[in-house]
Design a protein. Structure first.
Length: 424
RNA sequence: GUGAUCGUAGCUCAUCGGGUAGAGCACCGGAUUGUGGCUCCGGAGGUGGUGGGUUCGAGACCCAUCGGUCACCCCA
């Protein structure tokens, strides 16, 4: 029989790695809750229309990266490629945003792209969305929160904040026209992708990696000259908030985002440590999206971070989740010893529930059991043999310290282990 | 979607067209019949990703396919 395999780009997370995941998720969860964000859980499947309407019909995500298929009744469904659209849908559907609301979510997102470093077809994001606040303090708080996360994780020195304002929809439309007008003169000399984008998504030409295309952009119209007054003011206020909180940033006038719903603030946290996929966290303001999806006009701002990329960065920086080793490992020799061991370990789990205490299962020779005790990393082996079983005692052998082993009554074991744990 | 590169034991890798495909680590057992780590000895573990082709003979060469990796496009 052919070996069954996971779907391409949708890897299993194995026990050797889940500790890091749990550590990271816990850190993020604690932080966002301390800022008043409440968790919301959305389905991973939504109506295809939701994404097409919010992300934009001509974006790469919608045009070629979505997992879309027909439900049994013919409805077109899509595995969510990002979280904001579903979050807005849920918030509108359940009337969560009649007052300002801070929401966060986590879970898998799906995009049908060729896998590479830092890019998978199923990947995990944690996203935050703040609804109902039009002023840039909301943007600033989100950015400050993310900056704090990098500090908490110990990667602050490896990431940089790129910041920009892309203005109102109207300002952007005017700029888009001017840019197309300017670049059309060189159309034949632009790279192929940029020529195509001239028709579909001209703003994305700005961050083209082609040197020659970038040359033509040197004298191109500047987005900031087209910004509406409100966007200019809000951007200045945002920068003042960040300056006051000592959050460093680089204004990048070429920073645009791939999703259509953004306006005013856009930002990305980037690193040079991860190769080609250096964005670990990105977001911006989307004041028109709620209304666009049928809700009452409500401003919004949010971001999402890619957990795999953050874990890669932590790895590159040599930062590891603190690992915990078991306190004790129970070894039972002979039938009476095994029974005494099982009972003794279960009793310990009742009296010392805060500790990691392991039990040898599957018998094995004394020697084999001691090997397992050592391999478990436990501080102490708890040995029940024939003699111990007969006398209601247990022998403690210290596996990490140069201390003689001791034998004591079962009834004193929990107390003794607790004492030992304090000296760890 | 495009390109490059790689698939041999659980893991890291040898073998580079010629006899039953090897090593280290890990695993199991023994030396030490109630004591782990160090050492020594032994054992188990493979349809060489899969399917075709070339050849007297293929793990090795060719093609296809699946998968990994990295990059492009794009994005978290």
């Amino acid at each position: 029989m052919k070996t069954l395999q996971a779907i391409r780009g949708m890897p299993d997370t194995l026990p050797v790695d889940t500790g890091s995941w749990q550590w990271l998720e816990r850190k993020v969860q604690d932080l966002v809750q301390s800022y008043g964000y409440q968790e919301i859980r959305m389905p991973i499947l939504e109506s295809t229309h939701l994404f097409a309407r919010s992300i934009g019909e001509v974006t790469d995500i919608v045009e070629k990266e979505m997992y879309t298929f027909a439900d049994r009744n013919g409805d077109s469904l899509t595995l969510r490629p990002e979280g904001t659209a579903g979050c807005v849908r849920a918030a509108v559907q359940h009337n969560l945003i009649s007052t300002p609301q801070r929401l966060w979510y986590r879970g898998p997102m799906f995009r049908h792209e060729r896998p590479q470093k830092g890019r998978l077809r199923q990947f995990q994001q944690i996203g935050l969305e703040a609804f109902g606040v039009a002023t840039p303090d909301a943007d600033a708080e989100l950015i400050a929160l993310s900056a704090r996360l990098w500090r908490d994780l110990g990667v602050a020195d490896a990431v940089q904040l790129q910041l920009n304002s892309i203005g109102s929809l109207e300002a952007r439309a005017a700029y888009k026209a001017a840019l197309v007008d300017y670049l059309s003169a060189f159309k034949g000399e632009l790279d192929e992708d940029s020529q195509r984008r001239l028709e579909t998504n001209p703003l994305r030409i700005l961050d083209s990696k082609h040197a020659r295309t970038q040359e033509f952009l040197t004298n191109a119209p500047n987005l900031h000259d087209f910004l509406d007054e409100e966007s200019v003011n809000d951007f200045a206020r945002l920068k003042a908030y960040l300056d006051g909180a000592k959050v460093a940033y680089t204004v990048n006038p070429r920073l645009v985002r791939g999703l259509d719903y953004y306006n005013k603030t856009v930002f990305e946290w980037v690193t040079t440590e991860l190769g080609a996929q250096g964005t670990i966290c990105a977001g911006g303001r989307y004041d028109g999206l709620v209304a666009q999806l049928g809700g009452k006009p409500t401003p919004g701002v949010g971001f999402a971070m890619g957990l795999e990329r953050i874990l890669l960065l932590l790895g590159a920086q040599g930062i590891e989740a603190p690992s915990t080793l078991p306190l004790a490992f129970g070894v039972g020799v002979g039938e009476a010893g095994e029974r005494a061991c099982f009972a003794g370990i279960e009793a310990l789990r009742s009296s010392l529930p805060q500790f990691d205490i392991r039990l040898n299962t599957g018998a094995g020779s004394f020697k084999a059991q001691m090997k397992r005790a050592d391999k478990s990393g436990a501080k102490v082996a708890l040995i029940w043999g024939e003699t111990e079983a007969q006398n209601n005692t247990v022998t403690l052998k210290f596996l990490r310290d140069d201390e003689p082993q001791i034998t004591l009554a079962n009834s004193l074991l929990a107390q003794e282990l607790e004492r030992i744990s304090n000296t760890m």
